[in-house]
Design a protein around this ligand. Structure first.
Ligand code: NAD
Ligand code: ZN
Ligand code: ZN
Length: 399
């Protein structure tokens, strides 16, 4: 009889040695079409090409942006696809030319790359990298890899890799410029939240709004992104943090992250910007919009004080225009947008992971539900119903 190999070893180290260079057949939740339930399928994931990394995904969460493209955008473009961009896992193998990462590394795939060499990476004021999947084919929302082709197939059809990450799969292939290495001891079922929602909201407050100590802030929308923005306002030293949501169930969590006041716009007959102006002697110093609704974006801008107020758009839509009267800006307000919290991704995400490990950043509190990947449609339903903050889907055990 040969040596006994525990299932855990077969599932990680041993498998990595045997699968490198080969096509991997694995489970993934496939989005075949607009508003259709995701279907668990066996897919084929090709080996990484030059400068690419194949990752065994261990945990992934559902963000509103996944929901937007699956059910809300109403565009039949971009299917079939594997969605998901908030994941964490372990490098299974690397393609030629990859030296920064090796099999066995714990990593977070990133929907914003950092090549470190392009004009944008070299500029200190932005995290928009020219190597990003969206820059490679402007205007498209579904792309992958270094040469904008997919490494995923199912039933003979190519699956588009959403946001260059496709984390709703047991394995994915990502460009090496879009991978953050995290400590070996980091729990992947929490780390996945740094792949989008928490980094986005936290950084929007700290890096983009640049919230100041002693300031007043308003955060619109208290999903994971908005709650992380509340946490960022608190970390930056804001003394008043007004949490705004039409779903009052969210207020309790907002308090936990540092919100000091709570408003449901539906409780007021006046527009919310007037309510906030009345509470703050003319408007808050900083406002952050985390809903994706263009009317809320306008309200958030007009809720901040003339002269120096700063409002940050974080929510996403590409189907509606946002507008306001020019006087709102002429009178001294600044309107900004924030992608992935303004973080230069590859260098910043490991620091956020360290902050979590040092108890300086909350992640556990964002996880409202934990389910297996097979229950992914339930995770989407919970988000639609306003019942979840983040549902973490676990793909394998033992990490
Ligand atoms: P979520 O669905 O968990 O949270 C949205 C919250 O907004 C909910 O609590 C909802 O009740 C609230 N809301 C809806 N309409 C409102 C209104 N009129 N007034 C006040 N509150 C309202 O979503 P999420 O995952 O936290 O994502 C939030 C937004 O951020 C989405 O638009 C998402 O696409 C976007 N996003 C942007 C980035 C980025 O890099 N900029 C990254 C991640 C997510
Ligand atoms: Zn997201
Ligand atoms: Zn770059």
């Amino acid at each position: 009889m040969g040596p006994q190999i525990s299932p855990q070893i077969i599932g990680s180290t041993f498998a990595a040695m045997t699968t490198a260079g080969k096509v991997i057949r694995c489970k993934a939740a496939v989005a075949w079409g607009l508003s259709q339930p995701l279907v668990m399928e066996e897919i084929e994931v090709a080996p990484p090409k030059e400068r690419e990394v194949r990752i065994k995904i261990v945990a992934t969460a559902v963000c509103h942006t996944d929901l937007y493209f699956l059910r809300e955008k109403s565009s039949s473009e971009g299917f079939p696809a594997v969605l998901g961009h908030e994941g964490a896992g372990i490098v299974e193998s690397v393609g030629p030319g990859v030296s920064r990462l090796k099999a066995g590394d714990r990593v977070i795939p990133l929907f914003v790359s950092q090549c470190g060499e392009c004009r944008f990476c070299l500029h200190p004021e932005t995290n928009h990298c020219n190597m990003n999947w969206s820059s490679q084919r402007p205007g498209k929302r579904y792309d992958v890899g270094s040469d904008t082709t997919s490494r995923m197939k199912c039933k003979g059809q190519t699956l588009l890799q959403f946001m260059g990450t496709s984390t709703f799969s047991e394995y994915t292939v990502v460009n090496e410029t879009a991978v953050a290495k995290i400590p070996d001891s980091a729990p992947l079922d929490k780390m996945c939240l740094l792949g989008c929602g928490v980094s986005t909201g936290y950084g929007a407050a700290i890096n983009t709004a640049k919230v100041k100590p002693g300031s007043s802030c308003a955060v619109f929308g208290l999903g994971a992104v908005g709650l992380a923005a509340v946490m960022g306002c608190k970390a930056a030293g804001a003394t008043r943090i007004i949490a705004v949501d039409i779903n009052e169930v969210k207020f309790e969590k907002a308090k936990l992250f540092g919100a000091t006041e709570f408003i449901n716009p539906r409780d007021h007959s006046k527009p919310i910007q007037q309510v906030l102006a009345g509470m703050t002697d003319g408007g808050v110093d900083f406002s952050l919009e985390c809903t994706g609704n263009v009317d809320v974006m306008r309200s958030a801008l007009e809720s901040c004080v003339k002269g120096w107020g700063v409002s940050v758009v974080v929510g996403y839509t590409d189907t509606h225009d946002v507008c306001t009267r020019p006087l709102q800006l002429l009178s001294g307000r600044t309107w900004k947008g924030s992608l992935f919290g303004g973080y230069k991704s590859v260098e910043s995400v490991p620091k956020l992971a360290d902050d979590y490990m040092a108890n300086k950043l909350k992640l556990d509190e964002f996880v409202s539900h934990t389910l297996p990947l097979d229950s992914i449609n339930e995770a989407f339903d919970l988000l639609v119903q306003g019942k979840s903050i983040r549902t973490v889907l676990k793909l394998s055990t033992g990490h």
